[in-house]
Design a protein around this ligand. Structure first.
Ligand SMILES: Cc1ncc(COP(=O)(O)O)c(C=O)c1O
Length: 319
């Protein structure tokens, strides 16, 4: 297309550079997994019990054998799996806190697929298929990055997201509740979709983000929560693991806290509702799905917000 010069303005946005300009841009994380499974032609995949049900979509679609494996309270596989030549072992870098652990696996395990959907800032490792989902960290309607070597040329259509960006604009202008239905519609739209290239709108938005500011804001918020809450948190991690995390995982065996936080307008998701349905109550994964509160630490918030969260939790515990 010939570039048009002049006329009315588009939505204002900074255009600098993406965080991963050299990775393959696709529409969703699950479709990155589909791409990997197709190109590597794996016959079987091992994946954690503690994961979202969307991950299973490409596996069912391609009719690949799968086996779920248990994880422990360190959010690591209970046992390392050594897949055969035509098998893959998928690991999730939970909340962006398992980078060092996943790194340590790369020297021991072949056919590892690294799911960095929750770890946007964890750089890919040469030789290991890795994917990222942008919606978990930024205000975009689609967008995922795939790191894989020797990728064959594939001719995908491009996703178009302007029609599905209503929730982003509504939340910005009118607040979270106003945009929620449109957000759900977009999530439903993405389910079962074919592999497409990332929309141009997402690409433009992701090229305008000040990533170092985002990362340091996330780190600062996370460290603040950790300082105040680590004594109460049933999950532990080291300060060395904090590098642009997704959320602060706070584990407390009292599900009423979720209601209390939501009532006080601190929206905490549940990772993942499907786990509660699929697994016995005495299992670790069930407990994680029930009692883990992913506290927001993202770039929209500052220390005053973090302090509010801490005070809500401590006063809840004093009741
Ligand atoms: C750990 C994990 N992996 C993969 C996905 C799928 O990402 P997407 O929705 O971009 O397909 C999700 C989505 O919630 C996730 O939590």
């Amino acid at each position: 297309m010939t570039r048009v010069i002049g006329g009315y303005f588009e939505l204002e946005n900074r255009f600098e550079s993406e965080y991963y300009p050299n990775l393959i841009r696709l529409n969703t994380g699950r479709n990155c997994l589909e791409y990997i499974l197709r190109t590597k032609a794996y016959k079987k995949i091992y994946l954690p019990e503690y994961s979202c049900d969307t991950l299973i979509e490409p596996i069912l679609k391609l009719d690949i054998e799968f086996e779920k494996y248990p994880i422990n309270m360190n959010l690591e596989p209970e046992k390392i799996i050594y897949p055969k030549q035509d098998e893959a072992f998928l690991v999730i870098n939970y909340f962006g806190l398992k980078g060092r652990y996943v790194n340590s696996l790369t020297s021991r395990v072949n056919n590892l697929i690294i799911n960095n959907s929750q770890a946007f800032f964890e750089a890919p490792i040469k030789g290991f298929d890795t994917f990222y989902s942008a919606r978990k960290f930024f205000g975009v309607a689609d967008g995922a990055y795939l790191h894989t070597e020797d990728a064959p040329e594939m001719d995908f259509k491009q996703e178009v997201s302007w029609k599905r960006s209503e929730h982003l604009l509504r939340r910005l202008e009118n607040g979270a509740n106003d945009g929620y239905k449109a957000y759900k519609r977009n999530e439903e739209y993405l389910s079962g979709k074919e592999i497409k290239l990332m929309s141009d709108l997402s690409y433009r938005i992701l090229s305008g983000i000040d990533y170092s500011a985002v990362k340091s804001r996330r780190n600062r918020n996370f460290k603040y929560l950790h300082l105040k809450l680590k004594g109460l948190n049933g999950i532990s991690f080291s300060d060395w693991d904090i590098d642009g995390p997704m959320v602060y995982p706070f584990y407390l065996e009292n599900d009423d806290l979720r209601k209390e936080l939501i009532l006080k307008k601190v929206y905490v998701a549940r990772y993942w509702p499907n786990v509660l349905q699929n697994i016995d109550e005495d299992k670790q994964e069930y407990k994680l799905a029930k009692f883990l509160f992913p506290l927001p630490v993202d770039q929209r918030y500052g220390l005053l917000d973090m302090d509010k969260i801490c005070k809500l939790i401590t006063s809840f515990l004093k009741r």
